[in-house]
Write a protein that binds this ligand. Structure first.
Ligand SMILES: [Zn+2]
Length: 227
């Protein structure tokens, strides 16, 4: 039975699920499948969530065909049919969602500034977030300034990042930009993105590579409180 992927339709980070199977790989590593999950598995677009299943740390989350494998630090007390609490690490999730929403926003803004740019790749992993566009040439300083300004304008406008289902296909909708087919997690409003910086750019004659760094408002606030 395919794991129900609750994270596609909800921002909830706490819930309950039933254990379907438990496989102990080695001491300190077990694979647990649940009937439903709030944990986003690792994909080419987004890193896996962290958190807890019951009292056990979630070390990794991966796809296996239609199912999602939760790699746990232990399977103690987990048996088939047992109901367990599932908790996603809030700050880690916020970071991943901020990168994912920012990546799609940037991917939408760039072709409006430079009509020759067509997005062909997006990886929204913190520390290696990258967009690739087919492009006729490198960006000028004015292009970059315009992109930065447009990004800031969108986050200042503070509108909802909407998840819409069209003919069963999940899409993320950012204001009046074209919807983007997506299975990742997102911030709830554009103002949740505190800042964005294009950290690296290169044009290789055909493609424009653009790396970016973002800061979530929530994590930034938590750090300020904790410092
Ligand atoms: Zn996406």
């Amino acid at each position: 039975m395919a794991t129900e992927r609750m994270y596609l339709a909800t921002h909830a980070q706490d819930g309950i699920a039933a254990v379907l199977s438990v496989v102990d790989i080695e001491p300190g590593l077990s694979i647990v499948r649940l009937n439903r999950t709030l944990f986003h598995p690792e994909s080419s677009e987004q890193l896996s969530d962290r958190g807890k299943v019951g009292s056990h740390a979630v070390l990794d989350v991966k796809w296996d065909a239609q199912d999602i494998d939760h790699y746990l630090s232990s399977s103690r007390d987990l048996v088939h049919g047992k109901t367990v609490g599932i908790t996603v690490d809030k700050y880690w999730r916020t970071l991943q969602s901020t990168y994912h929403s920012s990546g799609h926003l940037l991917q939408s803004i760039v072709p409006r500034v430079r009509k020759d740019c067509v997005a062909v790749f997006g990886r929204h992993w913190p520390e290696s977030a990258r967009l690739v566009f087919y492009a006729a040439g490198p960006l000028s300083r004015d292009d970059v300034a315009e992109i930065n300004q447009a990004f800031l304008k969108e986050t200042s406008r503070d509108y909802p990042v909407e998840i819409v289902f069209s003919n069963g296909v999940r899409q993320v909708q950012l204001a009046d930009y074209d919807p983007i087919v997506c299975h990742g997690t997102h911030v709830q409003r554009t103002s949740d993105i505190a800042s964005m910086e294009i950290s690296y750019m290169n044009f290789d004659g055909e493609c424009l590579i653009m790396d970016y760094v973002v800061k979530p408002r929530l994590v930034q606030a938590a750090k300020i409180r904790g410092s």
